[in-house]
Design a binder for this molecule. Sequence first.
Ligand SMILES: [Zn+2]
Length: 346
Amino acid sequence: MNELVRTQLYPWQLSDWEQLRQYQNNNTIPHALLITGKEGLAKFSLAALWAKTLLCETILPGSLSDTHTMACGHCPSCELFQAGTHPDYLCVEPSESGKAIKVDQIRDVVKFVSLTRTRSNIRVIIINPAEAMNVNAANSLLKTLEEPPENTVLILLSSNNHSLPATIHSRCQHMSISSIKLSELRSWLAENGEHSFDELDLALSIAENVPLKAQFYLDSSIYAVNKDLLTDWQLLALGQAKPSTITEKWLKQPDNLPIKLVYTWVVDMIRYHSTVINEIDDIEREIFYHKNNQQLINLAGSIPLKRLFGMYDKVIDILKLQHTSLNKQLQLESLLIQWSLIAQSK
Ligand SMILES: [Zn+2]
């Protein structure tokens, strides 16, 4: 869904929303707000909904309206916002996911804040994600942060705020997105589709309990995909499938899903080795991505731990390269070749 037209909050955003609305009601809107939190918590949709609410012409600033109130959705300002053409709103993002936000884009921000507001009482800029700004871009934003123009709010979003320069950090008010209780997350996912307990469990563990990631995995039929790909992995270990054939098949999966799954299998196989040495209880078993998966346990048992660590290093190397333009087919195939070699060597 286009996040600009999303009109509802996600269940884990309610208390953060209240905080944002309080800024508005109390006339204490920060000049620059840095919103941080893991990827997959829908920071952008929260910020965009707030931007739309700040600009909405039916909500007056300082009107002490209910903190649950949101943009009306039908005033001229809301309509412009939904169409992506509001003259007092600017969203700055990399031209492509994973690329940098360049200095020219921040120069546009500086120019934008120097213009006269055309419709609203306030001007809103979202920079998403803030850590994508390259050094020059971050530097040219500093002056605007130091001498904030009146009635302007800059919202910086970040999933990795440690990589932001301290000079940016110190000039922003901070808000960290609340996480969601596992029980609430389960019921939210269950409301959004019919899934078995095992499916939910697998999606949540692979997504490390991050809501939108878990939703993505469920939408990608993670349970069936995992079963299918794990069988290929087993066939490779037995020498009954060719790495090149499996590579071709796996490349059809979205979002590097196979590499992410391989990571969880290798980590679990290493963990299963430690369970042979130490009796573990159910609490410790919680740390497994694939709890009690007999197929994985059997595979783990057939390969020495040292070789699994070699495999782990290889997967980590490939995961690090995911955002580069290196040939994905070559990376995946070399991983599968290494796996079939270590699994079959005596
Ligand atoms: Zn409105």
